[in-house]
Design a protein around this ligand. Structure first.
Ligand code: GDP
Ligand code: GDP
Length: 438
């Protein structure tokens, strides 16, 4: 289920982000990188020869620098390297092998991960120049000549990468485990929450038979069921500096969400909702994951009779792009309602995996279209012939219609709400696919 991860590594300015954008098939400039855009440009899905993988741009490493920002970048690169199934090391033809290139190559060799060496800025077509052969000295096998700007050589590069990827890689945990990503900004209380959960329960530290276990996962079995809390390295207290850079924590959240069934988005009740919250929550939503918003530090809020109601109202507005999401007001510090999290996780996971029979869907459809007539335009009325569920996680419905352009967003929204109400589909995004049938 988890797609293979490929990391693009190298020192600054060799052309990593140019290569990254070429590979994901978009040309994006830094100026487009406005805050609040859900999809982060350093992590994206890619397709080659009909197979999908995730690509991450590590942002650049200067192994020899002591600067805080640079050491943050190094930390991010290390995270990507740790998680990656294969690594593309980018170097630059004209520069030859620099000391930093050599250091990075050594670091990558130590990681034991497969590395493909990309010699970028080989812009001239035809035979590669003699300087190219110098790069064999890095000891990383055959270098691949690439021009990221023009796109030359990227196919050969991906072919070389694909030799190291296993697309059949099995699930790390059995189906009996619900995989949960606890995500949110630094300091909202994610580690405290995991500590609280793990402290009270039996935690299995050994590997589950026949599977590999990520060192940063927390596996819990209790009377509520079997859970894996994904990538909760925060269970040990992190230093502030270590989490200082947003880009790093966001990347980490994205990777955790990809592996998860359920995303628990933790926000801090004392500071409220922020832009970064919508970023990680938006990603979980787009990826079709079951979602919960845990409003933590509830103990630290001055309350009267209506505080929770008012809070809830404000949050519903903040999270209006995911109107289905349930809110749970908790305190990792006192343990208030933390126990309820298990049932809620199970609940939204069931909804996310729910199958609705075609018969029931079409009964719903008949009722819904009788109640509110489908829209019409220039004398043509939308007809929805039939509806069926194509897949789960998230529940995805195919609607067969006479004319797709008549199926306006507002009517799709209406039907979506009808589906949610009729089948009590809360806590999960749902998708609608429209197909025309003559
Ligand atoms: P990063 O810091 O490694 O991400 O590097 P960038 O992708 O930002 O590229 C650094 C500079 O190299 C930019 O000016 C790019 O336009 C340029 N560049 C990237 N790839 C190529 C290439 O294949 N050929 C040439 N001539 N320039 C390139
Ligand atoms: P993380 O960075 O999201 O993992 O956040 P931490 O778990 O490290 O918590 C950050 C700070 O918030 C610490 O000082 C915690 O003691 C505090 N904290 C966490 N949960 C709660 C809570 O429920 N109530 C209160 N009052 N403080 C909390």
């Amino acid at each position: 289920m988890a797609k293979p991860l490929v990391a693009v590594v190298g020192r600054p300015n060799v052309g990593k982000s140019t290569l990254f954008n070429k590979l994901i098939g978009q040309r994006l400039s830094i100026v487009e990188d406005t805050p609040g855009v859900t999809r982060d440009r350093i992590y994206a899905e890619c397709e080659w020869r009909g197979k999908e993988f995730m690509l991450v741009d590590t942002g650049g490493i200067e192994p020899r620098a002591d600067d805080v920002i640079l050491s943050q970048m190094r930390r991010q690169a290390q995270l990507a390297i740790e998680k990656a199934d294969a690594i593309i090391l980018v170097v630059e033809l004209a520069a030859g092998i620099t000391a930093n290139d050599a250091d990075i190559a050594t670091m990558l060799q130590k990681s034991g991960k497969p590395v493909v060496l990309c010699v970028n800025k080989c812009d001239r077509l035809g035979d590669v120049p003699p300087e190219f052969y110098e790069f064999y000295n890095l000891g990383l096998g055959d270098p691949v000549p690439v021009s990221s700007v023009h796109g030359h050589g990227t196919g050969d590069l991906l072919d070389a990468v694909f030799e190291h990827l296993d697309f059949e890689k099995g699930e790390e945990y059995g189906d009996h485990y619900i995989r949960v990503a606890v995500i949110g900004k630094p300091n909202v209380g994610k580690s405290s929450l995991i500590n609280r959960i793990a402290g009270e329960e039996r935690v299995i530290v050994s590997n589950i038979a026949g599977t590999t276990r990520d060192a940063t996962d927390t596996v819990i079995e209790n009377e509520h069921g079997k859970y894996v809390f994904i990538d909760t390295a925060g269970i040990r207290r992190k230093s502030r500096v270590e989490e200082a850079i947003e880009r790093y924590s966001v990347l980490r959240a994205y990777m955790a969400v990809d592996r998860a069934d359920v995303a628990v988005i933790v926000i801090d009740a004392t500071t409220g909702f922020t832009e970064q919250d919508s970023k990680v929550a938006g990603y979980a939503h787009e990826q079709g994951k079951a979602c919960i918003v845990a409003v933590n530090k509830w103990d630290a809020v001055d309350k009267d009779g209506s505080t929770m109601k008012e809070f809830q109202k404000k949050l519903e507005n903040d999270f209006s792009f995911m109107s289905y999401v349930p809110f749970l007001f908790i305190s990792a510090l006192t343990g208030q309602r933390v126990e309820k999290l298990y049932d809620l996780i199970r609940h939204v996971h069931e909804k996310n995996s729910m199958r609705i029979t075609t018969g029931m869907l079409n009964d719903m459809l008949a009722y819904a279209t009788a109640r509110v007539q489908p829209p019409s335009d220039k004398g043509k009325r939308l007809k929805i012939y039939y509806m069926t569920q194509a897949s789960t996680k998230p529940p995805t419905f195919v609607c067969f219609v006479n004319r797709a352009e008549l199926f306006h967003f507002s009517y799709q929204r209406y039907l979506e709400n009808q589906i949610r109400e009729t089948f009590q589909l809360d806590g999960t995004p749902i998708r609608m696919i429209v197909r025309e049938r003559g």
